[in-house]
Design a protein around this ligand. Sequence first.
Ligand code: ADP
Ligand code: NAG
Ligand code: NAG
Ligand code: NAG
Ligand code: NAG
Ligand code: NAG
Ligand code: NAG
Ligand code: NAG
Ligand code: MG
Length: 666
Amino acid sequence: MKIVCYLFIFHSLILAVLCTGDKQFVYSGFGGANLTLDGAATVTPDGLLQLTNGTGNMKGHAFYPTPIHFRKTPNGAVQSFSVAFMFGIVSLHADLSAHGMVFLISPSKNFSTALPSQYLGLFNPQNNGKITNHVFAVELDTNQNKEFHDINNNHVGIDVNSLHSVQSHDAGYYDNEDGTFQNLTLASHDVMQVWVDYDSQYTRISVTMAPIRMPKPMRPLITATYNLSEVFTEPAYIGFSAATSPINSRHYILGWSFGMSMPAPAIDTSKLPELPRVGPKPQSKILEIILPIATAALVSVTIVIIFELKRRRQMYAEVCEDWEAEFGPHRFAYKDLFHATKGFNKRNLLGTGGFGSVYRGVLPISKLEVAVKKISHESRQGMKEFVAEIVSIGCLRHRNLVRLLGYCRRKGELLLVYDYMSNGSLDKYLYFDEGTCILDWSTRFHIIQDVACGLHYLHEKWEKVVIHRDIKASNVLLDSKMNGRLGDFGLARLYDHGKDPQTTHVVGTIGYLAPELTRTGKTSPLTDVFAFGIFLLEVTCGQRPLKQNAQDAQIILVDWVLEHWRNRRLIEVVDSRLNGNFDMEEACLLLRLGLLCSHPFAGSRPSMKLVMQYLDGDVPFPDATLMDMNVKILSMMENEGFNLSTMSHQQLMTSFGTMSILSGGR
Ligand SMILES: Nc1ncnc2c1ncn2[C@@H]1O[C@H](COP(=O)(O)OP(=O)(O)O)[C@@H](O)[C@H]1O
Ligand SMILES: *[C@@H]1O[C@H](CO)[C@@H](O)[C@H](O)[C@H]1NC(C)=O
Ligand SMILES: *[C@@H]1O[C@H](CO)[C@@H](O)[C@H](O)[C@H]1NC(C)=O
Ligand SMILES: *[C@@H]1O[C@H](CO)[C@@H](O)[C@H](O)[C@H]1NC(C)=O
Ligand SMILES: *[C@@H]1O[C@H](CO)[C@@H](O)[C@H](O)[C@H]1NC(C)=O
Ligand SMILES: *[C@@H]1O[C@H](CO)[C@@H](O)[C@H](O)[C@H]1NC(C)=O
Ligand SMILES: *[C@@H]1O[C@H](CO)[C@@H](O)[C@H](O)[C@H]1NC(C)=O
Ligand SMILES: *[C@@H]1O[C@H](CO)[C@@H](O)[C@H](O)[C@H]1NC(C)=O
Ligand SMILES: [Mg+2]
C-alpha cells in the first residue's frame, strides 16, 4: 500500500494530514491547509476556515482537495465512514443568524449554480430534490423555511439530494448521565462539535453534536437509515458550504477530521484557533480586561483616600473655641506638632512628669527645636482662664525663663510648646550621673543665681505677680550654655482652677510645700520662696528633699541640715561628691539662706529681691536672722498647742516637716 504522509507545521498550529490512501485526515486548525475554496471562503491568518465573511447574500465552499474513494471496488458498496468537525456561527445579532451551513459529500466541487440564503449554497430551485444531484449533506440550519418543511429555526437535518430533510431534530444533545435532552443554540457564538457516522452494514446514518470539549454523547441526536451506496458517486468530494441572506453572519470551521472504516481521529482542541469576537467594532481585549480592573482600582483607591482623609481629620482634629481667637498667634496646628515629634514617638520622649509627657521635636518650617508637653486634660470650666493665663505669662521673655512658644488644644488634651533646652533638667545632673560628670560648684552657684533671677522676675518685675507654684530641680532646665532657666510656671494652676475653695487641694511637689500652704491652701510669693529654699539645700547637698535612709526612716533634708547647723557642723552637709572642691563662704551662704527661705513661718522668709541681693553679695547675710528663727519657731509651736517642754528639737522640726506633706499634693 502506497503511504504518503504530509506533515505541515505552520507557526504554533499543527496541521497533520495523515493520509493512508485517503483513509483518514485531521485538521486541528487550517493554517497552511491545501483546501479548495470558493465564494467568500478563506482561511484566516490564525487558521480559521471562514466560509462566509459577513457580506450579505454570499455563499462559500471549502473542499478536501482530492476526491475520496468510498468503495473498495468501483461497483461495491459505500464503506462505513466517520466525520467530526467543530464549527461556530457568529452573527451580528445574537441568536439570529440568516441561514446556516452544511457538511456535504458531492460528485463535484463546482457549486457555481447553487444559490445562497435558504438554498445554503447547495442547490437551486431547479435541481433541489433531483436524484441526479448525488449529494448527501448534514445541515445546521438557523432559519425556518416552510417550503422545505423546516421544523424550526435551530435544527440539525440529514439531507439527501434535497433541502427537505430525511430526518431532523432541534439542535442539542442527550446527556450521558440522565439521558435528558439539552438544547444548543447554533448561532450562539459558541463552538460546537458535530459527528457524522455511516454504518454500511445497517446503512445507518447518525449525527451527534455537543459543546466543545464535551466527550461525544453516547446517544446520537438523529439516526436515519439510508443506503448511501445509492447516492454517492465514486469517487466523491467532501467539504462544507455556507450561505448568508442580507443579515450579517459568519460561519467558521475550526477543526475537521475524517476516517474511512474507522472512527474519525480526535481533533486536538488545544491547537484550535479562537472564534473572533462579535460586534461591528470588536472591542480590544486589553480594554475589556483593563477597564474593569482600572475601574475597580480607581474605586478602591478613592475609598482608601476617603478613609485616609477621614482618619487624618480625626487624627489631627483639634478643639478651638471663639474665645481663643485672641491667642491665635500662639496657636499651633496639631498636625505640625505631630510631625515635629515624629508622631509622638517614644524615641522623642524627654521625660514624664506629674502633668504629662514631654517630647522633643523640630518644627516643620522654622526647623526650631522645641519641647512639646502633652497634658491629658478633661475639658473643664477653668480652661479658658487657664489658657489665657498660661499663654500671657508663658510668653514672657526672660533669659532665665523657659519660653512658651504656644499651645494647641484637642479633645481631652492640651499641648504646650516650649523652647528646647538642650542640656535637660537639673535633677538629672544632681542625681542620675553616678559620680561621673558631677556639676561643679561654680556651675551650681551660677544656676542658683539664674533661678533666683527668674523667680524674682516672675514675682516682682512683671505687670502681674506670677506665682510659679512648682519650683523644684526637675523644673530647672539648662540651656546649651548651662544657664539655669525656670520652666513650667503657672502649670500647677491647671489643677487648682474652678474648685470649691473649702476643698482646695494643694498642688505642688511633696517636700517643697510650705507649711501654711498645707493649712490654708493659699499660694503667695512666699510659698515659692519656701520651695526655693528647699531647692537651695537640694543643690548644695546633692540630696532630694525627702529620702529614705538605710533604716527605711524618712529623712527630711531641712531637718537634717538644721541639725548640723545647731551642732555647728554645717559644712559637712555639702555634697560629698564635690570632694571638697567648693567655696566655703558661698556654701555657708547657700545653706543658711536655704534654711531661712524654708522658714516655717512665712513672715520670716526673705523676698526674692533680698535673696538676690544676698546671693550677689550686695547685702551681707545676717546671722542674727537665722538665730531669730528658732525663737520664732518655738513661739509659733506654742501657739499651735504643742507642749514644748516634752519635745526634742528634732521632734519639733519633724512635726513641721510632716505638716508640709500632710496635704499629700503632687
Ligand atoms: N523645655 C524642655 N527642654 C528639654 N527638656 C525638657 C523641657 N521640658 C521638660 N523637659 C524634660 O521632660 C521631663 C518631664 O518634664 P515634666 O513633665 O515637666 O515633669 P517634671 O517637671 O515633673 O519632671 C523633665 O524632667 C525634663 O527632663
Ligand atoms: C467578503 O468576500 C467578498 C468576496 O470575496 C468581498 O467582495 C467582500 O468585500 C468581503 N466582505 C468582507 C466584509 O470582507
Ligand atoms: C493542493 O491540492 C491541489 C489539488 O489536488 C494540488 O494540485 C496541489 O499540488 C496541492 N498543493 C500542495 C501545496 O499540496
Ligand atoms: C462550473 O460549472 C459551470 C456550469 O455547469 C461552468 O460554466 C463552469 O465553467 C464550471 N466551473 C469550473 C471551475 O469548472
Ligand atoms: C429547547 O428549545 C425548545 C424550543 O426553543 C424549547 O421549547 C424547550 O423547552 C427547550 N428545552 C430545554 C431543555 O431547554
Ligand atoms: C445498498 O445498495 C447497494 C447498491 O444498490 C446494494 O448492493 C446493497 O446491498 C445495499 N445494501 C443494503 C444493506 O441494502
Ligand atoms: C550642654 O550643651 C552643650 C551644647 O548642646 C554641650 O556642648 C555641652 O557639653 C553640654 N554640657 C553638659 C554638661 O552636658
Ligand atoms: C507639758 O508637759 C509637762 C510634763 O509632762 C507638764 O508638767 C506640763 O504641765 C505640760 N504643759 C502644758 C501646757 O500642758
Ligand atoms: Mg516640669
